[in-house]
Design a protein around this ligand. Sequence first.
Ligand SMILES: [Mg+2]
Length: 382
Amino acid sequence: MQITKITTYRIPPRWMLLKIETDAGIVGWGEPVIEGRARTVETAVHEFTPNLIGKDPSRINDLWHEMYRGSFYRGGPILMSAIAGIDQALWDIKGKALGVPVYQLLGGLVRDKMKTYSWVGGDRPADVINSIRKLRESGFDTFKMNGTEELAMIDTSIAIDAAVARVAEIRSAFGNEIEFGLDFHGRVSAPMAKVLLRELEPYRPLFVEEPVLAENAEHYPHLAACTSIPLAAGERMYSRWEFKRVFEQGGISIVQPDLSHAGGITECLKIGSMAESYDVALAPHCPLGPIALAACLHVDFVSHNAVLQEQSMGIHYNNGAELLDYVLNRDDFKMTDGYIQPFTKPGLGVEINEERVIEASKNAEDWRNPIWRHPDGSMAEW
Ligand SMILES: [Mg+2]
């Protein structure tokens, strides 16, 4: 079998799909994207394309290394997202060629169903109680929300009280009926993270995500020493070599590699295994589309330490399209009490509505993350 063609489709809300065609007529789908830089990743995909045409798609490991090691300047969000999408499509092709789901090629299931959680509360967390109540009706009992709005490097007791009051309200409304993680989203500086973690500890959040920015990862062990709340991070780390340093220094209880940002299934499987050997849980990041979610699930279903799967249905970013809009086999994405079953179709198990994708790609806007500023006019982290 040979790769004959690679096509990319940028689609709403802020995603990109990739199609790899072969001379055997088998087609694989991938989802290479960095939110807000879809065109840049698209260019990187097409820079890899000439070296992939004519190659045997079954040699995923070798093609991965050719893309990674063949780039003298390597790593980072753009290149690793391009590799991720190509890698996912190659696994899709391999599964379809052999007639089995990807998790079978990875050694088979370690669990019967995978627990997912749902986002609530939007960019600036608000109306969280009502959102949780609604999602409780469809069976979800685990949630994630932004922990704060923008926060200055040293902020006021009013800002701290606002963040803590919201969390206190949730615990008092739902008790132990629900669990929730808090995403600090890199908005919180190391000094404020220390204050907030201590104040939030009595409400026992399931985890705090990106307590400080990934580029300040040296603070993770110090913060972990100050709190019993499990700390999570990883959506802005792109290869096992970046995760290696975090595992070695300690402090993170849950790693969250993104299957569309960190080199795909091939790389994230390895990151998950490294995590297991450090007694660190795996919870892949995925506010993305159907192929990215499917790729995550195949890794979850073969990883003993996979504890939670993020998914984007109903998330505040999904303006203009939802995950299932691009899927023909929607029933396979059905969630029962927040759990999803292993897909049974060959490959990644997603039947893409290609007509819909082509149509949607015709007028896809370029999504950009908001630019936030503090009251004094200086840049704030979004
Ligand atoms: Mg996050």
